[in-house]
Design a protein around this ligand. Sequence first.
Ligand code: ADP
Ligand code: GLC
Length: 468
Amino acid sequence: MVSSEAAPLAKTGGLADVVGSLPPALRALGDEAAVCIPRYGSIALKGLRRVYDALPVYLGVDRYDTAIYQAPEEYPFYLLDCPPLFDRAGFYGESGLDYPDNHIRFAVFCRGALAAARYLFRTEILHCHDWQSGLVPAYLRTTFSLDPTFVGVKTLFTIHNLGYQGLFPKTILPEAALDPALFQPNGLEFFGSVSYIKSGIALADALNTVSPTYAREIQTPEFGFGLDGILRARAGVLTGILNGVDYREWSPETDPYIPARYSAADLSGKRVCKEELLAEFGLPAAPVGRPLLGIVSRFTRQKGADLLMEAIRDILAQDVYLVALGNGDPEYEEAFLALAGSFPDRVRVRVGFDEALAHRIEAGADMFLMPSHYEPCGLNQIYSLRYGTVPVVRATGGLDDTIEEGTGFKFTEYSGAALLGAVLEAVRTFSNEPVWRDMMRRGMARDFSWKTSAAAYSALYRDLLTRP
Ligand code: ADP
Ligand code: GLC
């Protein structure tokens, strides 16, 4: 697997959770899987084993000196090291700005990952994730088309988010050593620019995305980000496979980050988690009987931050409380902080990325809000189910596929009014304790472990290998 993120070493979102937990699930089924990510500055060399020394990557005449390290995970976990490109404060950029050489960084990364497949982990399938690995199929079809190492090797490209495309001006073609013949509408050309995600979409042997509903949605102009045409053209090789989750990391029975552990049979610990969460955020303890809404999210429009801002004043008229953790667009970070400023007794916000706090919010909140504009799969609503934290979601993508009447509250129209309606219904239901408890327990009993989905990937790999 070629990916820009994999938990536990490099994570900004759900991509990391998926790429960190699918390989062990595949191995449990008898498949061998390895992962390659960049060795970012945040990943200390200490604890890693250098497994391939001098590995020069040539992009045209430019040479990048790389090496490969291996992390002590239960499966081969490789890190491509190239300090001038990756030893930086961010993964993709800093202070809201993308690094100007991302086209080089992820071209070198793709070439380095191919080297790992050549020298360290002979592979039959290169499973690529999102735009950062989109050039793998391009290089295989051009630079390495006659290379015996890669004869018969197939590629699968997984779309985790169509909204991030890796778009660069045409002038980068030689810098990334891309064959000019690829620059066409059935290749990586996108309205006159080079699109790394389109490279993956157009050139991989098979495609999938992370929920059945999102697989349909991205074939429409509304959700296609301009790529719906090529996705429709490739519909025959495009499937939707719902993400699984790793319950070893996300279960209230065993979670080391939460102050009290609990289960569906004994929910008493959840109340402790709620009290402690209120205290941690400096909210009054008195409202422990009132609904506490939780948010853990990238603060972006994708996640419905705008909808929330539209509806929040009416929501707060209900004597409910809100704790939110997130970071992202400066505009929404400010909006969240301003909201907390206006309602200090009701709303508390933490801007930043904090894995442990994310767990404590999952455990301590009563309801979890995900009013996403679009959501390829979404993991937090699935974690919420397991923690007995009832999700309130917009019926889109994976949210629609994972939440049903009886386990959560859904609304369809993308409007503040529709979100408000769903929250009001949730608040009404909350006041009926036995009904609410049933709902929590139904959610806690739902099983989204990798078993089914890993088997679906495994079957897809096998099917790919039989194709000419
Ligand atoms: P996306 O990948 O679109 O951000 P997902 O719901 O698939 O959304 O996954 C988000 C993952 O990132 C979850 O594991 C969530 O807990 C985590 N996460 C998101 N924002 C934060 C944050 N600010 N601090 C800690 N974890 C976060
Ligand atoms: C993306 C999507 C999210 C999905 C995650 C993992 O970041 O936004 O919906 O769950 O990838 O596939």
